[in-house]
Design a protein around this ligand. Structure first.
Ligand SMILES: Cc1cc2nc3c(=O)[nH]c(=O)nc-3n(C[C@H](O)[C@H](O)[C@H](O)COP(=O)(O)OP(=O)(O)OC[C@H]3O[C@@H](n4cnc5c(N)ncnc54)[C@H](O)[C@@H]3O)c2cc1C
Length: 386
């Protein structure tokens, strides 16, 4: 058993840490509150090759191992979780195109996606269907070499920058079970009838846009059907989900680490009754619990990432996503409590951590749904505890 990162992973983490401390930490609070788009940070991430982290080297990507992939999301989220959102669905869709795209689709999109010249996201959720993806209503009917697409997608991260946006559709709405009639279309941004209709106002996760997208008679060329065969869309999307859960678990660790760092620093310098508040046992109990939880969450996230490297990992990734996201929220709340009244002030970092942490229990499968996924995996015997 070895709990150490490899030398290469440690060196990579150092590069990430320097970038986050220099380029993200100093601006996060101001830019988050003003709603300014983090253009310079995006440029820096592109220069580091991070837009290609899940793209094979043959197409110019870094092709990171899952633990290094987790380190990217952990470190970015320690600085500002919203920035991790710019790379989240982008990296999952790159993986999906690399794994399931035709040779022509890989050649057409992956080199530019790896460099950040093109960016992407993923369009699954609809106004009336999120968890229940087989209940989507967006339809795509083949007519004269194009798919005629109609439907609305909700909450699409990076929608204003995505080109192409992979969109889950029903190519055969009558199919039973429904997933046999579902496909992914790679929708280019300039497709007639494809419109990003609004930015959804939200509590946190600023710095990246979350949008409603309408496909109103959009004409998508048949060659943009991912993999070239209808009926494989849900499997293609689900194949990227384990990486997605590692991504969210790692973001949660980053948020929790920052909450702990902020609380520890504040407890050392804030005085009450003539002593640093770190001398009070009530504060020590919080710091001790935070430190314990952050470290346990980190180990779970890395364990899940390594399990993905070894194969199918529903159980470890589901458990890590549940546990780490709950630690992120608890740690953010405790960090606010350690800050007293200042914890509620927008002049400190911890209120943002709290607003961002809540999302971690929703994305990539809500925690309740994931609990049922873990339980089913255990009942099948695929996940063995002990
Ligand atoms: C900021 C943000 C960014 C997002 N980015 C994207 C994106 O880029 N692309 C994208 O496609 N989507 C995105 N989403 C959507 C996200 O994936 C969905 O919100 C999530 O999957 C939940 O779906 P829903 O909101 O429709 O909730 P619902 O599915 O309606 O769930 C509502 C409640 O019912 C519970 N529930 C539902 N089914 C079950 C069940 N079988 N068993 C037990 N409980 C159940 C859920 O746990 C939840 O508590 C984003 C969401 C947010 C908030």
């Amino acid at each position: 058993m070895n709990f150490e990162l490899t030398e290469e992973q440690q060196a990579f983490r150092e590069v990430l840490r320097r970038f986050v401390d220099k380029e993200i930490v100093p601006v996060a609070r101001d830019w988050e509150h003003s709603g300014r788009y983090p253009t310079e940070i995006v440029t820096g991430m592109a220069e580091m090759g991070l837009f290609g982290m899940t793209v094979p080297e043959a197409y110019g990507g870094l092709d990171l191992d899952p633990v290094s992939f987790a380190l990217v999301f952990e470190e970015l989220s320690r600085g500002w979780m919203g920035i991790a959102g710019i790379l989240g669905s982008h990296s999952l869709s790159c993986r999906m195109i690399a794994a399931h795209g035709t040779d022509e689709q890989r050649q057409r999109y992956l080199p530019e996606l790896a460099s950040g010249r093109r960016r992407t996201g993923i369009g699954l959720t609809e106004p009336d269907a999120g968890t229940d993806l087989q209940g989507i209503r967006t339809t795509a009917r083949l007519t004269g070499g194009n798919y005629l697409v109609n439907g609305t997608k909700m909450w699409i991260t990076n929608a204003r920058h995505a080109d192409p946006l992979p969109v889950l559709v029903k190519t055969d709405p009558a199919a039973t079970p429904a997933h046999r009639g579902m496909s992914v279309l790679l929708v280019d941004a300039d497709t007639p009838g494809f419109t990003v209709t609004k930015d959804i106002a939200k509590l946190g996760y600023k710095g990246t846009e979350s949008c409603e997208v309408v496909l109103d008679g959009a004409l998508v060329p048949q060659e943009n059907l991912l993999g070239g065969v209808e009926g494989r869309g849900l499997q293609q999307v689900l194949s990227a989900l384990e990486w997605g859960r590692v991504n969210i678990a790692a973001r949660s660790v980053g948020i929790a680490q920052r909450g702990y760092d902020e609380a520890l620093a504040y407890a050392r310098q804030r005085k009450a009754f003539g002593r640093p508040i770190a001398d009070f046992q009530a504060i020590q109990l919080k710091l001790g619990s935070m430190a314990t939880n952050v470290q346990a969450a980190r180990l779970m996230a890395y364990y899940a990432a390594d399990a993905v490297r070894l194969g199918r990992a529903d159980g470890p990734t589901g458990m890590a996503k549940i546990f780490c996201s709950e630690v992120a929220l608890e740690t953010a709340i405790d960090a606010m409590k350690v800050h007293g009244g200042y914890g509620y002030s927008t002049e400190y970092e911890v209120e943002r951590l709290y607003r961002d942490a809540i999302l971690m229990s929703i994305g990539e499968g809500t925690n309740d749904v994931l609990r049922t996924v873990v339980a089913k995996s255990a009942v099948r015997g695929d996940t063995v505890i002990g």
